[in-house]
Structures are given as structure tokens and as C-alpha cells.
Ligand binder design. Structure first.
Ligand code: DGJ
Length: 729
């Protein structure tokens, strides 16, 4: 049993071969955090939590005779509110008397095999109950009758623990949750670097690492989506940890809406980490007997560096977060018409592009924005999901049949959550968008957000989409969403329930996606949000691949994909070979490097094939063939980051590895005259096996410790090379 409760020590121990997570009930009341890290067999310094000898500024709970005990210094699992712990807590609620103090005391627990589903929310799962064990601990405030259930699942064979929390009103009056976070992890140290992924549109996930700061700091989104500006991810790493060595704790929130991750270093050099739905614009009334379920957080502990932490996330997300037919299928190489035509296309143009793409070996043709309503620019028609017969004169089905006849699959772009003011849908239903009655609403890219917290709105869009999908044989959908929430309100909702809107929106979206993906199991879904504006773990549950960024410049993408790989495996990162000069930043890069970077992910093209030279078309054809031969390794192998492109814009390198061998991707970004020669050291090989590489037979130990020279023969900006190696069996 990987979860035990020691009744003498009052200790819970969650463990597998790799990790231990230990909690203890202290003073018979409080659930404290004792140890989280590399597996230990037992913990015997029971009740060794810090005591204070002067409590003027760290109060003692009244019911305890032990005046050395203060919640203010205690490492806790469910810190309350306004109860003498002056750090931020897991919960804040307003009760019927208008006050907020909350103290959560231990009640009871249950250990169950497997992992229960989180109703209506995305979450990691098990296929067999043997894979994991779950601990449910109830805590309650005996005066407020608020019960908090902490749920912990430990996977048997992964260094993964998941946490989530539910809140139940067991009182006789209504209360309002102002803060209902998913997880608190308290550490007895502040010896950490914080790794986070700030960014913006077309510059998503820019890896950032710095020493943890004293006091309270947060990474968050208030956008109604996880957003471009932060990823709901944080890693706390030992300052000495690098890609290959050292301890790291990774935390990823499985949610796509507003989030808050905070670190708080207290005066005693202890660190509190809190993760959950952002309390911003949030208020959840709970009537007597009602519960609120907060989403899941995935915790990964790794003692051997950042690459291994990422691989644990990759394997978990590929195997136990993504679902459906495409989970283990090699993904088709697509061409998307967006940067070739933008809104200016007709059937003939699309068919020519499809013909040219087919000749190169493309497998899936994707028609992007502009095929519906009067959509000739981004000012109109979102919501009018009816084919524009001026552009597609013979209709969508005719186009799709022709594409299929060429031996290509067909994919279509939708932006189901949005509505244009200039649309028939908006004329018919001017109150279906997120807004506050009588209060001006901001626009984002000329669009408003449909109120997916309302069932009738979801149902209408579902019907419009299924009308197409039931009659036209579509193989792939790109689901776009590219504006964030402002002036949040939902027409018809009671004033006391208005602050539920952002989360009800997410629940509505998840319900919609569940229904749609279940009804069309043969459609491959790609998640997009103006690039990676909602590329998060929540979306992976419904859509097994995501558009990594609108920025397809090879150098920028090298960085974005490098950071994205902290959480997500390459199969989930859609990456396209696009034009040079690049449409987003105007940089010119050679085709070889554009292809190399794109082929480190889930490959596609966004290229005007009419304007490529014959020589480039020949290179592309070879590249696509090469990718098909290697995509199993790229999409399902182990992935390693070898060189960090953020490091002075010098180099970037990745490695893909499986039991037969591997691939090295190397980019020299900015070269120097008389440049230092670079020996690249590989990772993860079998030390005593021989590998055939560069026409030589070299041992794994030599390749990992001495490495191979990489840049001696490269000349010019933005050069790259791809090296294959095979294990000699
Ligand atoms: C934003 C997406 O990220 C692009 O790839 C493209 O689909 C446009 N929307 C279309 O409007």
C-alpha cells in the first residue's frame, strides 16, 4: 500500500520508489507538512516542527495549552484565514455574520485504490486502479461548519503526486468562498530558484529563473484563460540544479482559466507554495449542503535534474492526461493556408495549394480562418458558422471531397467561443456575450466572448458546429480562441452569483469539449489561442496537440519550444515551417534551420508553395520524408534539452532518444569569428553500449562525457544540423 497512516505518530506517508510525501496531525488538530522529496523509509523526528519561545507576534490557538505552538510558523496542508497564520492561506470565506476567520481542524481520512474522477474538470487519470492510490482527508472548522476535503493521489510507478481540494458548506446558512485554492505545499527551506514561463503573444513561455525572493510573490492570470503572459507552472529548484543534475519540484495546474501561483518565504526561511483558481473576480456562494471542487495540481519531484522532471510530465501527459484515438497515433504532417492566403482565398487557390502540398508529402490540408459568414477580415462574422459560398462556390463538402480525392485529410478552423458584433448571431442575440448590463464592453480583435457559462449559448453553438460536422467529413479541427475576458458579467445570473462567471465559463467550455470530442472520436483536435494563449494542461485532456505560438521564426521558436518542453512533450507542440522573411518578426533564416526547428515538434507547413524555388521544394520533400521516417522517435521518444538558446543567443540543442538510437538537433544562432569549438555532450545513453554516429562507433560513456564537436563546420547566422545515431545491438 503506497499510502500508510501510522496511528502512533499520526503520520500519513505517501510513497513509491522515487518519492515520499509525509504529513502529520499535530496537537491532534492540525494537518502539517513534514517532508516532501526523495523516498525515505520513515520519519521519526515526530512533532519536530518549529516552536517559538516568544509568541507576541505569532499567536497561539486558544484551545492549546502548548504556548510554543503557533500556526504562523507551522508547515501546513490547509492553512485557514485570519487565524494567527499571517501568510496567505488555502481558503477564504465570508460567513453569514459577515466575518471571515477560518480554522481547519483534522477530522477523518480514507485511503482508496485508484484515482476518482474530478467531475466536470480535466485531470490525470488511471486506466487500472493498481496504478495509483488516493488519500482523502477531511478537515473542518467546527464553528463555521465548512468542510475541506484534501485529495492526494500517488502514482505507483511515476514520481507524481496530484492534489485537489473540495469545499463543502455543512452549515445551515449560505457562505461565500472568496478563495478556494487547490493545493498548499509548505517547505522547511527557502533554498530555491524559481523557474517560471512569462511571455506575451508571439513570445509565449520565455523561460525565467531567479533566486526565490523573501515575501509574497505571485504568477497569475486574470484573463479568463491561462493566457499568454504566464503558464500555470512553477518549478522550485535547488540553486545548483541544471538540466542533468539536482533536485527540483515541478507544479502544474490542470486548468485553463484564471490562476494564481504564489510563493511566500517567511522570516524563518520556510516557503509556502499555493496554487489554484485566482481569487480575482471570484466569489462562490455555497448554500447549505453544496460543494465546490477546485481543479487538480500535478506535483513532480525529481532528484536528477530538469530534463528528468520534464520527461515525467511528458510521459504522464501523453499516457494519463491526453485521451482518445490519437493519443498514441503518429500525427499527420499538415499544411495550413493561413499565412499563404490570409482571408483572400477561393476554392481554386486552396486546391492548388493542396496539390502542391500533396507532391511534397503533406498528409492533412487545413483551411484556416475566413471560410464562413462574410468573413473577409477580422471585423466580422464570428458566430455565423455557415459556409461563405462566395469563396467556396461549390460548398464545403465539395471542397473536402476534392481534398480527400487527392489523398489528403481535411481540417477546419473554428473559433466557437467568439462572436463579432458584425454578425447575424450578434443581431439575433445581442446579450449572449460576456458583459455587464448597461456597462461598456471592451473589444479584442473586434470580437466579444460568447457566454459559455450559459447552457443555451453553448447549445446553440454546438448545434451550428454539429450541423457541419455531421454532413461534412472533417478529420481535424483547429479550435482557436483569441481574446481575453474584460467586464465579466453574465446576463440573467443573480447578482450574488455573478462572481462565479469566469469559472462557470470554464466548466461550460470543458463540458462542450467533452461532448464534442466524444461525439467525433475520429476528429483530431488542435488547441489554439492566438498561438499558445491557452496551451495548458487542462486543454491537453480534450485536445492532444496545441499550436505553440503564432511566431514561427526559427530562432524565436527554438526558445519557445525549449521552454514549452519543460511541461509538454514535442508531440503536443505543433510547429510549422513558414516563410522567410518571417511574417511575425521579419527575420530571414535559411530553410534548413526553419525545418530543423519545426521538425523538433509536431510538424506542419505554413508556406506559400507557389513562391518556393525548385531547390527549396526538393529540400522540403526530403525533409517531410525524413520526418515521417523519424516521427515515432520524435513524437514518442525521450526528449532532452542539451543547450539553452536563452544563454546569450549562442546555441540551442535537443536530443531525442529511444531504445534504437536517437537524434541530435543543433542550432548555432549567432556565430563568432575564431569561435570556440563546442563539444556537445549527450544524455541518457547506455554507458556501455556502442552507438554509430558520424560514421564512427562510440560508446555511450564517451558521448555523454566527452561529447562530439558540433559547430566546427558551420558558417553564418542561424545555421543548424541534425545528426542521427543508432545503437549497435
Ligand atoms: C490566430 C491563430 O493563432 C492563427 O494561427 C490563425 O488561425 C488566426 N488566429 C486566424 O485568425
Amino acid at each position: 500500500m503506497p499510502i500508510t497512516y501510522d496511528t502512533t505518530k499520526k503520520q500519513f506517508h505517501l510513497f513509491n520508489d522515487q518519492v515520499s510525501y509525509i504529513m502529520e496531525i499535530v496537537e491532534d488538530l492540525y494537518l502539517t507538512q513534514v517532508y516532501y522529496g526523495q523516498r525515505i523509509t520513515s520519519f521519526n523526528q515526530s512533532s519536530s516542527f518549529p516552536r517559538i519561545d516568544r509568541s507576541s507576534f505569532s499567536p497561539n490557538p486558544q484551545q492549546l495549552s502548548n504556548k510554543g505552538f503557533s500556526l504562523n510558523v507551522c508547515l501546513q496542508e490547509a492553512p485557514g484565514y485570519n487565524n494567527g497564520d499571517y501568510r496567505d492561506g488555502l481558503v477564504a470565506a465570508t460567513y453569514s455574520d459577515g466575518t471571515k476567520a477560518t480554522n481547519l481542524l483534522n477530522q477523518d481520512y480514507r485511503i482508496i485504490p485508484g484515482k476518482p474522477k474530478l467531475d466536470g474538470l480535466p485531470a490525470t487519470y488511471v486506466v487500472d486502479d493498481q496504478e495509483a492510490t488516493t488519500l482523502l482527508i477531511n478537515l473542518s472548522d467546527p464553528y463555521r461548519h465548512l468542510t475541506v476535503t484534501l485529495s492526494y493521489t500517488i502514482y505507483e510507478k511515476r514520481s507524481v503526486i496530484t492534489k485537489s481540494t473540495s469545499f463543502t458548506n455543512d452549515s445551515k446558512t449560505t457562505l461565500t468562498l472568496n478563495r478556494a485554492l487547490s493545493a498548499c505545499v509548505d517547505f522547511p527551506t527557502a533554498e530555491f530558484d524559481v523557474i517560471q514561463m512569462p511571455g506575451d503573444w508571439a513570445r509565449e513561455k520565455q523561460l525565467h529563473r531567479q533566486t526565490i525572493m523573501p515575501g509574497l510573490h505571485s504568477l497569475e492570470s486574470k484573463r479568463g484563460a491561462s493566457g499568454v503572459a504566464q503558464q500555470p507552472f512553477i518549478a522550485l529548484a535547488d540553486p545548483k540544479t541544471d538540466d542533468k543534475n539536482g533536485e527540483v519540484y515541478g507544479f502544474h495546474f490542470v486548468y485553463s482559466g484564471n490562476f494564481k501561483i504564489s510563493t511566500e518565504v517567511d522570516p524563518w526561511q520556510q516557503t509556502r507554495l499555493l496554487i489554484g483558481i485566482n481569487p480575482f473576480n471570484f466569489g462562490w456562494t455555497l448554500k447549505p449542503g453544496e460543494s465546490f471542487q477546485a481543479p487538480e495540481v500535478v506535483l513532480v519531484y525529481e532528484k536528477n535534474g530538469l530534463n528528468r522532471m520534464s520527461q515525467t510530465f511528458h510521459n504522464l501527459y501523453r499516457e494519463r492526461l491526453a485521451r482518445g484515438k490519437f493519443q498514441y497515433e503518429e500525427r499527420p504532417i499538415l499544411i495550413n493556408n493561413w499565412e499563404t492566403t490570409y482571408f483572400d482565398f477561393n476554392e481554386a487557390k486552396l486546391l492548388t495549394l493542396a496539390d502542391d502540398a500533396k507532391k511534397l508529402g503533406v498528409e492533412l490540408f487545413v483551411l484556416d480562418d475566413g471560410w464562413f459568414g462574410k468573413r473577409n477580415s477580422d471585423t466580422t462574422s464570428l458566430g455565423d458558422w455557415f459556409v461563405n459560398s462566395k469563396k467556396l462556390t461549390h460548398g464545403l463538402k465539395h471542397l473536402v471531397d476534392q481534398i480527400h480525392n487527392k489523398g489528403l485529410k481535411f481540417g477546419l478552423w473554428f473559433k466557437p467561443e467568439m462572436v463579432s458584433e458584425a454578425s447575424d448571431l450578434f443581431k439575433e442575440h445581442p446579450d449572449w456575450h460576456i458583459h455587464i448590463d448597461g456597462y461598456p464592453t471592451s473589444l479584442g480583435r473586434n470580437q466579444l466572448i460568447l457566454d459559455f457559462s450559459r447552457k443555451e449559448v453553448r447549445d446553440a453553438i454546438f448545434e451550428r458546429m454539429t450541423k457541419i460536422l455531421d454532413t461534412v467529413p472533417i478529420d481535424y479541427i483547429k479550435w482557436d480562441m483569441n481574446r481575453n475576458m474584460t467586464e465579466v458579467g453574465s446576463i440573467g445570473r443573480d447578482s450574488k452569483e455573478q462572481l462565479k462567471t469566469s469559472h462557470l465559463y470554464m466548466l461550460g467550455l470543458y463540458e462542450f469539449l467533452e461532448k464534442l470530442t466524444t461525439r467525433y472520436p475520429n476528429i483530431l483536435f488542435e488547441n489554439c489561442s492566438g498561438g499558445a494563449g491557452r496551451f495548458d494542461a487542462g486543454m491537453v485532456y480534450y485536445m492532444p496537440q496545441s499550436w505553440t505560438s503564432d511566431n514561427t521564426d526559427a530562432v524565436e521558436r527554438l526558445k519557445i519550444q525549449y521552454s514549452t518542453s519543460f511541461m509538454f512533450p514535442p508531440i503536443m507542440m505543433c510547429s510549422h515551417i513558414s516563410e522567410s522573411p518571417n511574417h511575425q518578426i521579419g527575420r530571414q533564416t535559411n530553410l534548413n534551420t526553419r525545418a530543423t526547428v519545426a521538425m523538433a515538434g509536431n510538424l506542419g507547413l505554413m508556406l506559400d508553395l507557389k513562391h518556393q524555388t525548385d531547390a527549396d521544394l526538393a529540400i522540403l520533400k526530403e525533409d517531410l520524408q525524413w520526418y515521417k521516417e523519424h516521427r515515432n522517435l520524435i513524437q514518442f521518444g525521450n526528449f532532452y534539452r542539451l543547450l539553452n538558446p536563452y544563454d546569450h543567443d549562442r546555441y540551442g540543442a535537443f536530443e531525442f532518444l529511444n531504445e534504437d538510437g536517437g537524434l541530435i538537433y543543433f542550432v548555432e544562432i549567432l556565430p563568432q569569428a575564431s569561435k570556440p569549438w563546442l563539444r556537445l555532450k549527450l544524455q541518457g545513453l547506455e554507458a556501455n553500449s556502442l552507438y554509430e554516429i558520424n560514421h564512427q562507433k562510440l560508446s555511450g560513456s564517451e558521448l555523454m562525457n566527452y561529447g562530439i564537436y558540433m559547430n566546427t563546420d558551420l558558417f553564418g547566422d542561424f545555421q543548424s544540423k541534425l545528426i542521427e545515431f543508432k545503437k549497435i545491438k
